[in-house]
Design a protein around this ligand. Structure first.
Ligand SMILES: Nc1ncnc2c1ncn2[C@@H]1O[C@H](COP(=O)(O)OP(=O)(O)OP(=O)(O)O)[C@@H](O)[C@H]1O
Length: 223
């Protein structure tokens, strides 16, 4: 069988000397799977995503990414593993001095690709997320929903193997949320694994997908 894209084995996490936020979390994301991560505010969804992104290390237990044990991933390997993931952060993290187009193209630029080889691709994705007219705008003048769509486009442009999205439809109206969901589903159909953290029940109800529910530091799985 193919290796899971992500596997947690009895993972526990505390911040500093604080209380344990996640207890004995075990789950796997299989290649090509589509799953939601949900649970009450403060339950630890962002924390769990940060463990997958290797921006946090578990206090105990094992995290494996693409078959590699997280504790052994460092330096260039860390960069290489992160490039296999596309991330939509809750706070977008766009670079304010770059245009929307340049922000979205960034993952391709760091691969040292020629602009001529990706320009049309970036413009097409911008048009798809409804930002065709905003390509040359700087993030500070974008609305919350526009920033969110730019962040989604940036996460998708390099066709990562795994997409992690933290409340990716939190700032858009329901019609646009459905459209963005279709984009995630389409990428999933092409083989990308997708994990979407959300509170949005209406969004989850549109897809027959596994729900990973965090509460009281435990993870429950609903197929
Ligand atoms: N850097 C940090 N240092 C200390 N505690 C933190 C830190 N980040 C998060 N926490 C705490 O960890 C818990 C889980 O937070 P987290 O942001 O992962 O929850 P969440 O489920 O993503 O919440 P929300 O849905 O509101 O975004 C919260 O009690 C939070 O206060």
């Amino acid at each position: 069988m193919e290796q899971p894209v992500v596997a947690f084995d009895n993972v526990g996490l505390r911040y500093g000397q604080g209380p344990e936020i996640l207890h004995d979390i075990s789950f796997a994301l299989e290649p090509g799977s589509f799953q939601f991560l949900t649970g009450p505010s403060g339950a630890g969804k962002t924390t769990l995503l940060r463990l997958i992104l290797l921006s946090l290390r578990p206090s105990r237990g094992l995290v494996r990414l693409f078959g590699l044990e997280a504790s052994g991933i460092a330096g260039q390997d860390l960069t290489a593993v992160r490039r296999r993931m596309g991330v939509v952060f809750q706070d977008f993290r766009l670079l304010d001095h770059l245009t929307t187009y340049e922000n979205v193209a960034l993952p391709l630029r760091v691969q040292e690709r020629e602009e001529a080889s990706y320009r049309a691709e970036v413009m097409e994705l911008l048009a798809w997320v409804g930002l065709g007219e905003r390509a040359h705008a700087l993030p500070p003048v974008l609305s919350g929903g526009e920033k969110q769509r730019a962040a989604i486009a940036r996460a998708l442009i390099a066709r990562p193997e795994l997409i992690l999205a933290d409340e990716p439809t939190g700032n858009v109206d329901p019609a646009l949320a459905r459209r963005l969901l279709r984009l995630f589903l389409e990428l999933n159909r092409l083989g990308t694994s997708v994990l979407i953290a959300t509170h949005d029940l209406a969004l989850m109800d549109q897809v027959d997908a596994r729900r990973l529910v965090l509460s009281d530091g435990q993870l429950h799985r609903y197929d």
